[in-house]
Design a protein around this ligand. Structure first.
Ligand SMILES: Cc1ncc(COP(=O)(O)O)c(C=O)c1O
Length: 360
């Protein structure tokens, strides 16, 4: 019987949530809200939906392969970012680009440094390539870039920074990133995962593009899954020096991003009204949740993203189950921590009502 190699068998699988309808059926409940995956609660950009339906070459051309080079989307992104199209790579979600980066630049036995807790896919991709994930604990819920620097060994090939971090929503500052980039030895690719960067309001937020412009070994990852509300279409992008992108393109599947996603992303980028509304809903939802959590005496980590990391006195699994039974789906994280996505006003209200009951 075929067996996967040991380094594959050792990977802890990512457990996806059940479809909401199935969950409701099992629990015998209705009208539940999903605040577990940091999706945009207002939905996709209406301009993107319109473009999918109306663009002659979109739905009517599904018999054709997509543009494997993502010409229009890459050009639009390049113009917005003042970079060259050949400095952009498109991915089937930014998730795929994490994987491609690891497979492009790491050899079995190499090490990658990452924070703990941070986005779980980093260690999964690294392990899948037969490499070792080295974890540096967060400090005050944010990446401790000095500790990450100290974790670097001669075997280190990659360093992952989620900025803002998932699950804590914290950011690293310009000063912190500049110090890291100044001290890091040559030959290490810094993967700066900015999946939530559009939500950030902190004026000290790190300027990753500056390091790209300075010719550093940096790969900046962004996505259409969060602010742009296109998680279901799977499209994200990376920004890096042309030579880095060229190597990654060699192992990218030729048609990795689909035509519907490319069309939708191109329009979502231009949909100022949707972007503005998404940010507004997030900002007011954040204020509401802060106020309610404070009045409940429940601690949270101030967030720069579209989710909040809540630290409680209670066991997180118990709280998670109780919320679930009340029709609110969140993500249990550490033993006493849950992560909740900032939702629509009525969703946030339902969450607070259920949380009150769960911790009482
Ligand atoms: C920090 C971080 N990076 C990357 C991703 C992956 O996003 P995408 O949908 O673009 O694959 C997520 C998704 O939750 C995330 O939280």
């Amino acid at each position: 019987m075929i067996k996967a190699p040991q380094h594959i068998r050792a990977i802890k699988p990512y457990i996806p949530g059940k479809p909401i309808e199935e969950l409701e059926r099992e629990l015998g409940i209705k009208g539940s809200v999903k605040l577990a995956s940091n999706e945009n609660p207002i939905g996709p950009s209406p301009r993107a939906i319109k473009a999918i339906k109306n663009t002659a070459n979109c739905l009517n051309s599904l018999n054709r392969y997509p543009d494997g080079n993502g010409y229009y989307l890459k050009n639009a992104l390049a113009k917005n970012l003042s970079v060259k199209p050949e400095e952009i790579i498109l991915g089937n979600g930014s998730n795929e680009l994490l994987d491609i980066a690891v497979r492009t630049f790491m050899n079995p036995g190499d090490e990658a440094v990452m924070a703990q807790p941070s986005f779980v896919v980093y260690s999964m991709s690294v392990q899948a390539a037969g490499c070792t994930a080295i974890h540096a604990p967060l400090k005050d819920y944010k990446h401790d870039l000095d500790a990450m620097l100290q974790a670097v060994t001669p075997k280190t090939k990659m360093l992952f920074i989620a900025n803002p971090n998932n699950p804590t929503g914290t950011v690293n500052t310009k000063v912190e990133l500049d110090r890291l980039m100044g001290k890091l030895r040559e030959g290490i690719l810094v993967v700066l995962d900015e999946a939530y960067y559009e939500y950030v309001t902190d004026p000290e937020y790190a300027d990753s593009l500056k390091h790209f412009r300075n010719g550093k070994d940096i790969l900046i990852l962004r996505t259409f899954s969060k602010l742009y509300g296109l998680a279901g279409l799977r499209i994200g992008y990376g920004i890096a020096r042309g030579d880095i992108v060229a190597e990654m393109n060699k192992i990218r599947a030729p048609f990795n991003t689909n035509s519907v996603a490319q069309t939708a992303a191109l329009e979502a980028l231009k949909d100022r009204a949707h972007i503005k509304q998404s940010l507004k809903i997030n900002s007011s939802g954040k204020k509401y949740l802060y106020k309610e959590l404070l009045s409940l005496g429940i601690k949270y980590v101030p967030t720069e993203a579209n989710f909040i990391y809540i630290t409680m006195d209670e066991d997180s699994k118990t709280v998670y189950e109780s919320l679930l039974n009340q029709g609110v789906i969140v993500r249990p994280m550490g033993p006493k921590e849950i992560r909740v996505t900032i939702g629509l006003p009525e969703e946030n209200k339902k969450f607070i009502k259920a949380l009150k009951k769960a911790v009482s």
